[in-house]
Design a protein around this ligand. Structure first.
Ligand code: SAH
Length: 361
């Protein structure tokens, strides 16, 4: 365990305040912040334009986020990289780099595990161990950028964890990653995915950080949603959609509805029709842009060994998609990145923990 303060948890104002007792001038503070948040250094020793005495002083008071890559799986098909990182307390998380024509996108975790209980998801099987700090979420991005020596242009908060269940640290992360003193990634290039924590969606709409909101919908009715997502009992479908509408009106950002398609559970044509009906009101809300107010992202469910869910066959999936499209809805089927190193959300981490526990590699 490390008992010093994680210096990466401090934003520019907080760092300035913290370094006052050390009589650090403002240009030096800016240099230190730059090393930490633009260059993602792993030690104070790397800060070569900072006087040695100050580097030593910093090293005694602070640590730089402890996060080691325990394993990196690299896809031969498309260059996708899946990382297992260990944290200072021995926990581990996963993050994924996806390479697209438009740039490098990193999918980050927001918690160690998750307490939401979605039936098809591996991240939630052992519950939530703890929240990640803003610094740890930043480090997921910085470490991957450092590994590939390229700029990261997009971020999706779609790894393990429910970001709105870790609201304060996630918002802090968003402020720091969009800060011009840091990586300065535009909020437009960030997507936050939630299972539908209504108060969190409403609050986020007022933060002035217009990230794209992705809602994990997964069912066209309250009853079906409750069956596969326990959180639906707490935040009912209508309330969640109202909150999404509020988010859209406030930010103008096109909404994304995620729909994990599960064979025999939520994949028939009637359900596709119900889904189109459910989202009709968003069509009316469109501000007339080319793409409308929302799109649906179909994710063929990624089977996990702990559950019997299977993904639909191609023709069923296409029928589902065609039904939505015939209603004038924008639909994409999620392209599976890194098929050869495939693993569902949270599965890699589980496999890693299980293997470590049994002493095998
Ligand atoms: N807690 C957030 C982010 C987590 S995962 C949320 O619920 O949105 C990101 C997306 O992957 C969610 O839509 C989630 O429901 C989906 N997902 C998780 N496990 C999956 C699996 N095995 N197959 C398909 N989609 C899955």
């Amino acid at each position: 365990m490390v008992d010093t303060v994680d210096i990466c948890e401090l934003n520019m104002d907080e760092l300035t305040e913290a370094l006052k007792p050390l009589s650090v001038k403002s240009f030096r503070t800016a240099q230190i912040y730059d090393w930490l948040h633009k260059r993602g250094v792993l030690s104070f020793q790397e800060m070569t334009n900072i006087p040695l005495s100050l580097r030593e002083e910093l090293g005694q008071r602070y640590r730089i986020t402890v996060m080691e890559a325990e394993d990196i799986l690299i896809s031969k098909l498309d260059g996708t990289r899946k990382y297992i990182f260990s944290l200072y307390d021995g926990n581990c998380i996963e993050a994924v780099l996806m390479r697209y024509k438009h740039g490098n996108s990193v999918c980050i975790s927001s918690q160690v595990g998750c307490s939401m209980g979605c039936r098809f998801c591996a991240s939630t099987i052992d519950g939530c161990v703890r929240n990640l700090t803003a610094a740890e979420m930043l480090a997921e991005v910085y470490r991957i950028g450092r590994d590939i020596k390229e700029r990261i242009s997009n971020i999706v908060i779609m790894g393990s964890g429910e970001p709105l269940d870790n609201y304060d640290e996630v918002v802090k992360f968003l402020r720091m990653i969009t800060d011009e003193n840091g990586l300065n990634i535009s909020a437009r290039n960030i997507t936050l995915s939630t299972c539908g924590i209504v108060p969190g969606i409403l609050k986020l709409a007022d933060e002035g950080i217009p990230v794209t909101l992705a809602l994990s919908l997964h069912a066209p009715s309250q009853e079906k949603r409750e069956e596969i997502m326990p959180i639906a009992k707490k935040y009912r479908l209508n309330e969640v959609l109202d909150a999404c509408m509020h988010y859209y009106r406030k930010t103008g950002r096109r909404l994304s509805f995620e729909y994990s398609v599960i064979s025999g559970v939520n994949d028939n044509v009637t359900e596709a029709g119900m889904l189109a009906g459910l989202l009709k009101r968003f069509k009316g809300a469109s501000r007339g842009g080319r793409d409308g107010a929302f799109h649906i992202n179909l994710i063929p469910v990624n089977p996990i060994k702990e559950r019997s869910y299977r993904s639909p066959d191609r023709s069923t999936l296409m029928r589902f998609k065609d039904t939505l499209e015939s209603e004038g809805i924008n639909v994409t089927v999620r392209r599976e990145m890194g098929r050869d190193i495939s693993s569902a959300c949270g599965q890699l981490r589980r496999r890693y923990i299980e293997n470590a526990g049994s002493g095998s590699d």
